[in-house]
Design a protein around this ligand. Structure first.
Ligand SMILES: [Zn+2]
Length: 454
């Protein structure tokens, strides 16, 4: 059966795989480039992209004309600053003039969810998707995973028609993985997942951070442990309290991966676990402060070097990150991200302009040791009114009044004396888009999506 699977996989994915494999061999070498080689590599790709965009993309044709720019104006990566920042608002207004006016292979459109504002149509070509796949394979390879190893994936999938379910099943079989739906973390589904961990030799586990955290905390409560060689989380911020719980359940092989729909794979944690390496082959990464100057901490600005169908140059994706102040001990020279702070709107505002970021609330949870004491498996803080926060949680035991008061006191200290903190205990927390469960839900997000949080 295993042999048959490999043969079918080879036949079906023959052409696709050969291209991805070519990129993979290239990236195995570029992974060890020094700073100078990285600059040279990025400048070459940037100039190719700009040559194309200034000719074939109406928006950039206009920007180049208005600013009187020529290709020769771009000799270093930092020359990219001669181009304006690209916001979601610009994408909304410019629409089709962001698209290339020539045919490119394998174009697919994708609309992002409106959780951060108006939905936007993104267009990607096959080249870009292949390069993202190759980077994912390098990431797994670096973690010691072979492409044929068996794994579990916890992902947000709508179960649609029977045809789609069958297609999904076949794809899973081909890739030698079982996909669990993060929309449905019901008891039955969870038992199936735990059975799978017990019976099969699971080499990797991949999924949304909150979903993997949830499974890990249930496993810890039952006193179980599964040593999994490669556990990879993505799509949401990874908090320290989650990292602790996940490594307790699955061993010290947790890898964080950072990406976004518009640009795909952006950064990957390596075996040294000192931060996330920026995949410089695929994008240019700028971290800017509130005055748009280079900074160690600030908003993420990206240039996707491989998508000519809709070039995103200096695009603000809405995230905030902090860079590491040292190089990784693994020997790679790519920019190292210390941690992802979250989305720009992952901030609670209290009275008199007091503000706290999600990381602060993470520290507080760890400090009071609430997770262990009450067997909490899911938790989030929702701001339902300007001065009212609700801690929604799923746990073995109800949080005692004394700890509720302690937590409220900390919130008052950080956000103001008139702040109230309420508690709601649930059987299971409903998820937002694609099965994601965010740890902090500020007022503006709550108001857009009350059905999930009420
Ligand atoms: Zn490293």
């Amino acid at each position: 059966m295993e042999y048959l699977r490999k043969i079918i996989k080879k036949c079906i994915l023959k052409t696709k795989y050969s291209e991805i494999s070519t990129y993979l061999s290239e990236f195995e070498k570029t992974d060890w480039f020094d700073k100078e080689q990285i600059e040279e590599y990025q400048v070459k790709k940037l100039r190719e992209l700009l040559t194309f965009a200034s000719k074939h993309v109406p928006y950039y044709r206009r920007v180049f004309q208005e600013r009187g720019l020529q290709l020769n104006d771009f000799q270093t990566v930092s020359d990219i600053r001669k181009l304006p920042l690209l916001t979601k608002e610009i994408l909304c207004n410019e629409k089709e003039s962001m698209f290339a006016d020539v045919e490119l292979e394998g174009i697919k459109n994708n609309t992002t969810s409106g959780s951060s504002g108006t939905p936007v149509v993104f267009r990607k070509q096959k080249l870009c998707r292949d390069i993202e796949s190759a980077l994912m394979r390098r990431y797994k390879e670096n973690g010691g995973i072979d492409d044929n190893d068996f794994g579990i994936v916890i992902w947000g999938t709508h179960s649609l028609s029977k045809k789609d379910v069958l297609k999904g099943f076949f794809k899973g079989w081909l890739k030698n993985q079982i996909v669990f739906n993060s929309y449905d973390l019901s008891d039955a589904n969870l038992e199936r997942l735990i059975d799978c961990l017990k019976c099969k030799n699971v080499i990797y586990l991949r999924g949304y951070t909150s979903a993997v955290f949830y499974v890990a905390s249930v496993i810890n409560q039952r006193g179980l442990h599964f040593n999994i060689p490669f556990v990879s989380v993505t799509a949401e911020q990874l908090y320290d309290f989650q990292r602790m719980e996940i490594t307790r359940a699955f061993g010290n092989n947790l890898y964080d991966q950072y990406g976004c729909g518009e640009c795909g794979s952006l950064a990957f944690e390596c075996h040294a676990h000192e931060g996330l390496h920026h995949a410089f082959e695929h994008s240019i990464l700028e971290i800017l402060d509130e005055n748009d100057n280079d900074s160690m901490h600030g908003k993420v600005v990206l240039t996707n070097l491989d998508n000519y169908a809709m070039p995103l140059i200096r695009y603000e994706n809405g995230d905030v990150v902090t860079l590491a102040d040292h190089e990784c001990s693994c020997g790679r020279h790519s920019v190292l991200i210390d941690h992802i702070d979250g989305r720009t709107y992952d901030v609670f505002e209290g009275e008199n302009g007091k503000r706290v970021h999600a990381g602060f609330l993470d520290d507080m949870l760890l400090g009071l040791d609430l997770l262990n004491t009450y067997g909490i498996t899911q938790i989030r803080i929702v701001q339902k009114k300007p001065k009212e926060f609700t801690c929604q949680y799923v746990s073995k035991y109800e949080i005692k009044e004394i700890d509720k008061t302690k937590l409220e006191k900390e919130y008052k200290k950080a956000l103001g004396d008139s702040i109230r903190l309420l508690f709601e205990r649930y059987e299971l927390l409903k998820s937002a888009e694609r099965g994601k469960r965010h740890f902090i839900v500020p007022l503006q997000i709550y108001e857009k999506n009350k059905a999930v949080y009420d």
